[in-house]
Ligand binder design. Structure first.
Ligand SMILES: C[S@@+](CC[C@H](N)C(=O)[O-])C[C@H]1O[C@@H](n2cnc3c(N)ncnc32)[C@H](O)[C@@H]1O
Length: 456
């Protein structure tokens, strides 16, 4: 088979030579190899031979033929592109043809691009939008493009929003992305978080990592119904969204729970908390990023298999649940991650790099942690990974359901600031021992009641 260097040499001999070489080939892989590796084409490249490949029976060949023809940027191809587009059945090739039409940047292409806006495939529509944006000084084209803000497809709406939304001027008192309010640094508030949240400033938190109460599965929280529980969480995370800085992360640790049966006449009930919470978060403007599985050793979890193990009857199978979710979301923004990164001093970025080992997949095997005082504490290892992967040094990390304050303890060790809310006084007392002062500590930890917090 011909290699890449030989393809380059062949190309320099001219289009006719390439065409003659291709004519001798019959297998798809060899033809594709040549077409895929032609690279830049000289201005005077004779590309007529490509026409036959643009209507080849194999999709891959048509795809690469169109890609090469598009490099020729010759207006004369417009009519051919239109014919090929109309007869094309493969989505990928269609997208390539529309992209090629757009790149011609000729007014004659406007009609076909406008026609393409009506296609069902959002990627095709987005290619047509890209082509039409070149003509946005034309009021008719502008109107057609702006109308797509109501398009049924979310990607199309986002492209249009990004293109035409007014760049919001930042409020005069808006703080730098890396800024942390002094009053929020290393603060533990002993209160119902819903009473705290309305008093926290907009865009003041860099990362939230939390494990909310497990509906009514533990004593420390009782809700009158599952709906009331979800409403409560929804309010907490809507406020959290407001106080989160643009493009920063929320990581929620949850798992389906089981509420034991009330009597032998009833069954126990499973509640799929992560799956019920997800749509609420997305509706608030949290963009789903990842699901990370926290995997525990089987010996460390409550056994559910006993009954099935004895009777082996179908339908009674109930596996031991050795996983919990870390649901990762980003506050929705048009900005890419680079925008967030560039707000930090190079020294902070350097100090925040995750050197050496890291988790390369989304299943994290971590032993659960048992605690004498709190029934459901985070393992420090889990907090450490989350805080290191999703925040920078000197950032503010928030935990609205702080429990024993593991997030605070680990944040401090990793040179981040923390803000914690916990409604139970005894857990706040416990935190006083757990979050010990560090040698040469910059900002000491303060424990306040709701009243004290509101007075400031
Ligand atoms: C699952 S535990 C979190 C444990 C914590 N991750 C740790 O490492 O210790 C949830 C905590 O949320 C607290 N909590 C429940 N409802 C609350 C509310 N409305 N405001 C503040 N804290 C609340 C509970 O008291 C409990 O300590």
């Amino acid at each position: 088979m011909i290699d890449k260097a030989a393809i380059q040499e062949l190309k320099l001999q001219g289009g006719a030579q390439v065409g003659a070489y291709l004519k001798k080939l019959s297998d798809i892989n060899s033809i594709t190899l040549v077409l895929e590796n032609l690279g830049e084409l000289p201005v005077d490249f004779e590309g007529d031979f490509l026409d036959n490949y643009a209507i080849h029976s194999h999709e891959k060949v048509r795809f690469w033929a169109i890609k090469n023809i598009a490099k020729l940027k010759q207006g004369a191809y417009l009519n051919k592109f239109i014919v090929w587009l109309k007869q094309e059945t493969a989505t990928q090739v269609k997208r390539e043809i529309v992209a090629a039409i757009g790149r011609l940047k000729t007014e004659k292409a406007q009609d076909i691009l406008l026609e393409t806006l009506l296609e069902k495939d959002a990627k095709l529509v987005c290619q047509a939008i890209r082509g039409l944006l070149y003509f946005k000084s034309n009021p008719d084209i502008l109107e057609r493009l702006q109308a797509l803000i109501n398009h049924p497809n979310e990607t199309v709406r986002t492209v249009i929003y990004k293109e035409f939304s007014q760049k919001k001027p930042k409020a005069a008192n808006s703080q730098a992305h890396s800024h942390v309010y002094d009053g929020l640094k290393n603060l533990v508030i002993n209160a119902d978080v819903l009473e705290v949240l309305p008093h926290l400033p907009d865009e003041s938190v860099h990362l939230t990592f939390t494990s909310p109460p497990y509906y009514n599965a533990r004593d420390y929280s009782i809700y009158e119904s599952y709906e009331a529980y979800l409403n409560f969480l929804s309010k907490v995370f809507a406020h959290t969204h407001r106080i989160t800085k643009e493009g920063r992360f929320l990581i929620v640790n949850t798992s389906p729970i089981i509420i034991p049966r009330v009597s032998r006449a009833h069954s126990s009930k499973r509640y799929a908390i992560p799956f019920d919470l997800h749509p609420l978060l997305v509706a608030q403007g949290w963009e789903f990023i990842d699901d990370i599985i926290w995997l525990k050793p089987e010996y460390a979890v409550k056994s559910r298999v006993q009954s099935f193990d004895n009777n082996r009857k179908p339908l009674s199978y109930k596996p031991n649940t050795v996983t919990e979710y870390l649901m990762v979301y980003r506050k929705q923004t048009n900005k890419l991650l680079d925008w967030n990164l560039k707000h930090y001093e190079p020294s902070i970025t350097q100090d925040s790099l995750i050197a050496n080992e890291y988790e390369s997949n989304n299943v994290w095997s971590i032993e659960p942690e048992y605690d004498k005082i709190h029934p459901a504490v985070f393992p420090e290892d889990l907090c450490e990974r989350v805080i290191r992967y999703y925040s920078f040094k000197n950032d503010l990390v928030f935990d609205p359901f702080a429990g024993s304050g593991t997030v605070g303890k680990v944040a401090k060790l990793l040179h981040r600031y923390f803000l914690l809310a916990e409604q139970e006084e005894n857990y706040c007392q416990y935190m006083r021992q757990k979050i010990k002062p560090q040698p040469k500590e910059g900002v000491e930890t303060r424990f306040v009641s709701l009243g004290e917090f509101l007075k400031k």
